[in-house]
Design a protein around this ligand. Sequence first.
Ligand code: MLT
Length: 258
Amino acid sequence: MRYLEAGSGRPMLLLHAFPLSAEQWLPQLSRVPSGWRIIAPDLRGFRGTGPAFDDPGVEGATMEAYASDVLALMDHLDVERAVIGGLSMGGYVAFALLGLAASRVAGLILANTRASADSPEGRVNRDRMAALVLKEGPAALAREMLPKLLGETTRREQPDLVHVIDHLIRLNAAEALAAALLAMRDRPDSTPMLPTIACPTTVITGDEDTAVPPAESEAMHRLIPQSHFVVLPKVGHLSNLEPRGDLWKNAATAWISI
Ligand code: MLT
């Protein structure tokens, strides 16, 4: 398993969104607050690392399998407990990890993610996207997804970031992306888990997130007992990457405030 790491102190594992990779967390890895150690793994198959869920095992990917890999990485690094942060698909993996080993989660950051399962229409769309990426490759997926991943302000004001995200998506293998799409299609509803979450939790969204609208994040926050809620202005779905200038200050505060 490939992972990026920076800082030393209390461990925080950051789990990337679909269809990105550990590089998504470079802004956080380059500004680690004192006293923290940030570890950002690639989920299985992303960036071509480790065995993908290879054909016909593409069907075998699950959020639990990704979470088991993360727990194995924690074992490998002698990390008994960590703050687990997940953005979007990373959040789905965080829910799976909580289900497998809640005692190893010291705190939670749930960014731009949802607890509910896919709707019937959403599941059909996952099949369409998986077929698209297997037929036409990651570039086709990037074309479809970019407008939803980045907020309107970012797309207008940070064209370089649009290119970086496009590049990161293209570095992934089509099979790994298809596997993840099917795993997201089949993930369970984690909503019943929300009132049982016992660790400090921060729920983060961006006010321009159209993939997981802020109202949905707020509803999730209301169901988690010890949670607080942060809305980042002029930011879309990739809320850890999009803030710049003064916004970084607010984002950094949000990310370490649990
Ligand atoms: C993500 O950003 O990880 C994806 O938008 C999640 C999803 O498609 O459900």
